[in-house]
Design a protein around this ligand. Structure first.
Ligand code: ZN
Length: 382
């Protein structure tokens, strides 16, 4: 069994961000390579850092919880889980790459404590965009392809996203001398840190253009309506987020687009209640069915299923129909369906039924007084 990120930090699966931060700080004090002589301290430190990074990022944490440790780490290696531009270039080893001398780690800590690390440069991955999509439970059961219309920023066609008409006169940005970034020196708890930021004057391009594109007013970006097709996997759960690669805001300077994150909301169903991958429902059965036992039919999302209620079933008893619940996303098989039976008391009887029930009550012997009174009332109400 692989240790997951929660184990690494020694926190529960519903730990708050503060708890995670504090567990991480403890790990730093214990395992930071500059303070610990333990042979595997560095490995532990990197692992704690990665765990904290993922679990304090709402979106990454949700993905992590959904995908499970193994799959998440795999996806992370492929670079599929990075959510922000600042992380774009890292990819690689989920635990921060090989080697890592003292300064590298200190830089990492600096980023963690001060939220720094906004690297300059003209090429930046586009922002991730978020939207919501509501589906019903039956759709979640089967999975489907759904159309989704979003209004989002897209690269301006008029100027190809450059923000200026082709052939516009240009000059080197005097603010950054064409480098596109500026360096700032900051005093911190760890000494002097150099921080590089994007040049504000030329917004990282290094060049200033004399004319702006009239369509996008120089932004290179316009808002357009787009209709996309979303693949909804069978068994999707309420609150899960689907990531549509490259459907977010356009990247700058040729960098790739951000992603569109589609949060799925699932409406309550009038008959079926969901608990993870299990479903719960109720089924009415008659008094004779409960007494003698019977095979009962039940309408599900997958057609009619049958189950047996035994002799002497009580109202409120629950039966488990294995494998008849929701499909499990990313795993094989289905959850279970729990059916609570409710014995229906007849609210009107014909003559024959009434006599039969009277005879039944009389045959019961000791309760005859009470039952008699009941049937008297019943008779009077006709
Ligand atoms: Zn334009």
């Amino acid at each position: 069994m692989t240790e997951d990120f929660y184990d690494t930090l020694g926190v529960s699966r519903d730990a708050s961000e503060e708890e995670i931060e504090s567990a991480y700080r403890e790990a730093v004090r214990e395992y930071h390579p500059d303070v610990s002589d333990e042979p595997d301290a560095e490995e532990k430190f990197k692992k704690a850092k990665k765990a904290k990074e993922v679990l304090t990022d709402d979106e990454q944490r949700r993905m992590y919880d959904q995908m499970g440790h193994e799959q998440f780490v795999e996806a992370d290696k492929r670079g599929a889980t990075d959510s922000g531009g600042a992380r774009g270039g890292r990819g690689g080893d989920p635990f921060g790459g090989a080697g890592g001398g003292g300064f590298g780690n200190m830089q990492d800590i600096f980023d963690q404590f001060f939220g720094g690390g906004s690297g300059g440069g003209g090429s930046r991955r586009g922002k991730d965009l978020k939207t919501k999509l509501t589906i019903d439970l039956e759709t979640a059961y089967h999975g489907t392809e759904k159309e989704l219309t979003v209004t989002r920023p897209e690269s301006c066609d008029e100027c190809n996203g450059r923000g200026h008409p082709p052939g516009t006169d240009s000059r080197t940005c005097p603010e950054c001398n064409g480098r596109g970034e500026q360096t700032r020196v900051q005093e911190t708890a760890f000494g002097r840190m150099q921080q590089r930021t994007t040049c504000r004057r030329c917004e990282g391009e290094g060049t200033i253009y004399e004319e702006r594109c009239s369509t996008c007013r120089g932004d290179g970006v316009v808002r357009n309506e787009a209709t996309l097709s979303v693949e909804i996997p069978a068994g999707i759960q309420d609150g899960m987020t689907l990531r549509m690669r490259g459907e977010g805001a356009p990247g700058e300077g040729g960098a790739r687009n951000g992603d569109l994150l589609v949060e799925i909301k699932i409406e309550d169903h009038p008959e079926f209640e969901r608990e993870g991958s299990d479903l719960q429902t109720r089924k009415a059965i008659s008094f004779p069915q409960a007494v003698f036992g019977d095979t009962v039919e039940l309408e599900t999302f997958d057609g009619v299923v049958e189950f047996d209620v035994p002799e002497g079933t009580q109202s409120g008893e629950t039966f488990r129909l294995g494998g008849k619940g929701m499909p499990r996303p990313q795993r094989r098989g289905q959850g279970d369906l729990y059916v609570q039976v409710q014995v229906v008391t007849p609210d009107s009887l014909n003559e024959e039924q009434r006599e039969a029930l009277e005879a039944f009550a009389e045959a019961g012997g000791e309760n005859i007084e009470v039952e008699q009174g009941f049937f008297d009332r019943l008779r009077n109400s006709f």
